[in-house]
Design a protein around this ligand. Structure first.
Ligand code: KG4
Ligand code: ZN
Length: 316
């Protein structure tokens, strides 16, 4: 639905939520083989996200908890991405570090318990997923481009083109400089990473350059995004002395990142964890596992709970 617009259209997303929320819940209950009466609590995503979609989920969850007379649990989306690592049988011991990389966020989180988390570093501009999606857009690929870059990167030579690694202090990230250098690189059909008064290539030459080099461009860009992420993660592990290290978020579905992460883990003698593929990109199981831990803590929301588009971590 959003593909034709090259990105998510918020109003269409909230209308689709209205349309689909009841059939989706019915289908989930059917697949899980349970009835509404079997449920112990209703967990919902409170923040961050697109406000229209969050409002639909929040009001639906409130209504359901009220009518079933069971507790309501408000979940923070980024906390849920981190706790997706606790879904399987092999769970990280606390404390652990988690590199959470999604379409909207890029964070290194110190997790001391399911409810105690601290963001040690985050992006000062674009998220890693945005770097993938915006690169894909420059290459003329459909939205969301991350999975396509991953696919083409597997066929290309990552050493072919060298994109710069930004020097950002502490444990923070930046991806906007990389995006700009890719833009100039393409506008100049590969002959320069920096802006020239006049771009060196015509539109037709740019198009041809992309067509002929798509796999190598994707592999080189992906390698740089991965090295930016993992170098900071290595630094965070050195600074904290923590060796239980997890990945989370949509970008952790990226095969290049998964491979390089496991390789770094072997070299650095980390205990590494990556959620199963289906728990990396946005999913309801990660909201449920967070709801489960909040349920054990009796950390319930009231009917006054309001959703928020913003990412601040309150009293999770
Ligand atoms: O966590 P997520 O599903 O949604 C947000 O909370 O944002 O992450 C979506 C992001 C998108 O930017 C998408 O392009 C990226 O994850 N993504 C990937 C891959 N699969 C999803 N990026 C690179 N390689 C992939 N295989
Ligand atoms: Zn997400």
């Amino acid at each position: 639905m959003h593909e034709q617009y090259g990105g998510v259209v918020p109003e269409l997303a909230s209308r689709a939520h209205m349309e689909h929320i009841i059939p989706v819940v019915e289908e989930a209950l059917r697949v899980a083989n349970c009835k509404l009466q079997d449920l112990n609590a209703i967990a919902f995503t409170q923040a961050p996200g697109l406000i229209g979609s969050l409002l639909v989920g929040t009001q639906f969850a409130k209504s359901l908890s009220l009518s079933l007379n069971i507790p309501l649990i408000a979940v923070h989306h980024m906390q849920a991405h981190v706790l997706a690592n606790l879904i399987g049988d092999e769970k990280p011991a606390f404390p652990f570090l988690c590199l959470t990389v999604s379409g909207g966020h890029t964070q290194i989180v110190l997790c001391e318990s399911p409810s105690q988390m601290k963001v040690l570093g985050e992006t000062i501009d674009d998220a890693a997923g945005e770097a993938f999606d915006k690169t894909a857009k420059l290459l003329g690929l459909p939205y969301p481009g991350g999975p396509l870059i991953d696919k083409y990167a597997q066929l290309g030579n990552a050493e072919r083109f060298r994109f710069p690694e930004p020097q950002i202090p502490e444990l923070n990230f930046s991806f906007s400089g990389l995006k700009t250098s890719i833009l100039y690189f393409l506008k100049n059909a590969g002959s320069s990473l920096v802006y020239k008064e006049e771009f060196l290539a015509t539109d037709a030459e740019q198009k041809q350059f992309i067509e002929e080099n798509l796999h190598d461009i994707c592999a080189s860009v992906q390698q740089r995004i991965v090295s930016i992420l993992l170098n900071k993660l290595k630094k965070a592990s050195k600074q904290t002395g923590i060796r239980n290290i997890c990945l989370a978020g949509g970008v952790s579905a990226n095969s290049g990142l998964r491979k390089a992460f496991l390789e770094m883990g072997r070299k650095q003698q980390w205990n590494t964890f990556i959620p199963a593929f289906e728990y990396c990109t946005d999913n309801a199981a990660m909201i449920a596992i967070t709801g489960y831990y909040k349920y054990l803590d009796k950390n319930f929301a009231t009917l006054n709970a309001v959703p928020s588009a913003r990412a601040e971590w309150g009293s999770q």
